[in-house]
Design a protein around this ligand. Structure first.
Ligand SMILES: Nc1ncnc2c1ncn2[C@@H]1O[C@H](COP(=O)(O)OP(=O)(O)OP(=O)(O)O)[C@@H](O)[C@H]1O
Ligand SMILES: [Mg+2]
Length: 416
């Protein structure tokens, strides 16, 4: 029985459908193809990887390791994180014991008795800016010696790369570029060296490619074969809503479910789950068992567009600002608001923005990325899609959020 998704990743019973994607990724793993999983935000990338790993581990044929680099600040941190997450794999644990056991013993302890948090501190203390590549190689070598092939998933690598590349204002610095380059080329070499023993799956809530393009490091990603995770089809989203309605014993007729999906326009799993959750709350409060089309309207306008829904929008904005920097974010804000208010953005309007921002109007003192880079990023991360030479929002929910939040007070920088 499926339970509501909340906002964190889901797997097992709570993971709905994605059969084609699971099949395609499993095939890649079996063929030793490294994957770069890309998709718009909240599409279910982390869940897909987690569920794939759960299933592969269940067959008994694979070892699986999941690493989240969101909190890593430098390559040494990242290596320590990979090391600690690899601990359940026997060969990796043996490596930790021989490499770091001495450190612990000399401090008068037994490594077996350390908690994961303490172990991580020890590991981290033994890895520094000078030795991280060797330490990283040793972890990979240990994983490759494991009796079973290893599926190593690395989530939020782009966040680390972004952090390495840029300073506080969001500018790519020469040292940052060197550091990102060193880490990515290490990962690339390690991935190539152990191709059939360790398969990599990279993912993240922002796209890696535009970041690498911006820094001139695109070649570092060429051992990874991209896989683009799409939204659910209306049919799948309608079935998921049906399954949720059954679990929570509420009535959502077919027309109601269809209407919910059409309002979203793009069935991003998280938005489908959110809509169900808010509908469920609404029905409970109103003492109703069955939802009508009026309830859909109410929940979409009052709840999805309301304060609770907007919390999610902040999440989107935070990531955008992170990858674009202050100056680039100013441009994105302007472009997205114009697009939401007008329903689309035309080629002429884009030209207008090109001219306007080329004159250094984005943010005092900063050299802003070009309008085209911002648009490229927005398209890559699935905010907008091309339409008649211009762009429009992919998701209606996001479009409505954006208009609700910025549309009213919007004074365009030039007449469109
Ligand atoms: N296959 C699925 N079945 C049911 N719900 C799903 C599925 N995939 C995603 N979801 C819903 O979407 C939410 C977000 O999923 P997840 O964290 O995996 O997405 P993500 O693409 O990694 O997001 P982010 O861009 O923030 O990293 C989950 O909490 C869940 O509610
Ligand atoms: Mg994720």
């Amino acid at each position: 029985m499926i339970r509501k998704g909340g906002s964190n990743w889901v797997d097992g019973e709570n993971f709905f459908d994605r059969k084609t994607e699971l099949g395609a990724l499993e095939e890649r793993v079996r063929e030793g193809t490294h994957t770069l999983l890309t998709a718009q935000r909240r599409m279910g990338k982390t869940s897909l990887v987690r569920e794939l790993q759960r299933r592969l581990a269940e067959t008994g044929e694979f070892e699986v390791v999941f690493v989240d680099l969101e909190a890593a600040t430098d390559p040494a941190d990242a290596i320590a994180e990979i090391g600690i997450q690899a601990k359940p794999v026997r060969a990796a644990w043996d490596w930790i014991k021989t490499g770091f056991g001495n450190l612990v013993r000399s401090a008068g302890g037994r490594i077996e008795e350390l908690s994961v948090a303490d172990l991580k501190v020890k590991l981290r203390a033994g890895i520094d800016a000078g030795n991280w590549p060797q330490r990283g190689d040793a972890i990979f070598a240990a994983l490759a010696e494991s009796g079973r092939p290893v599926v190593l998933a690395i989530d939020e690598l782009p966040i680390l790369v972004n952090r390495l590349l840029k300073d506080d204002t969001g500018r790519v610095t020469p040292e940052g570029k060197r550091e990102a380059d060193a880490f990515l080329s290490w990962l690339r070499k390690a991935g190539q060296a152990h191709r059939d023993r360790v398969t990599l799956i990279l993912s993240g809530s922002v796209s890696l490619e535009p970041l690498l393009e911006q820094a001139g490091l695109s070649a570092q990603a060429n051992i990874f074969s991209p896989y683009d995770l799409k939204p659910w089809s209306e049919e799948t989203a309608v079935s998921c809503l049906e399954a949720l309605a059954q679990s929570y014993e509420v009535g959502l007729g077919l027309e109601v479910r269809r209407d919910m999906c059409r309002r979203l326009r793009c069935c991003i799993p998280h938005h489908v789950q959110m809509f169900f959750d808010m509908m469920h709350d609404h029905l409970r409060r109103a003492g109703l068992k069955d939802a009508s089309l009026n309830d859909v309207e109410w929940v979409y306008v009052r709840e999805m567009q309301g304060v609770r829904g907007q919390v999610d929008l902040q999440h989107y904005e935070g990531r955008l600002e992170m990858v674009l920097g202050r100056a680039g974010y100013t441009i994105a804000l302007e472009i997205l608001t114009a697009t939401a208010v007008d329903g689309n953005i035309t080629a002429e309007t884009i030209d207008g923005y090109r001219n306007y921002f080329a004159m250094g109007n984005a943010h005092d003192g900063d050299d802003a990325p070009a309008v085209d880079h911002v648009l490229h990023m927005l398209q890559h991360d699935g905010y907008v899609e091309p339409e008649d030479g211009g762009y429009r929002f992919v998701s209606r929910l996001l479009e409505d959020w954006w208009r609700g939040r910025y549309g009213q007070r919007f004074v365009p920088v030039f007449d469109r």
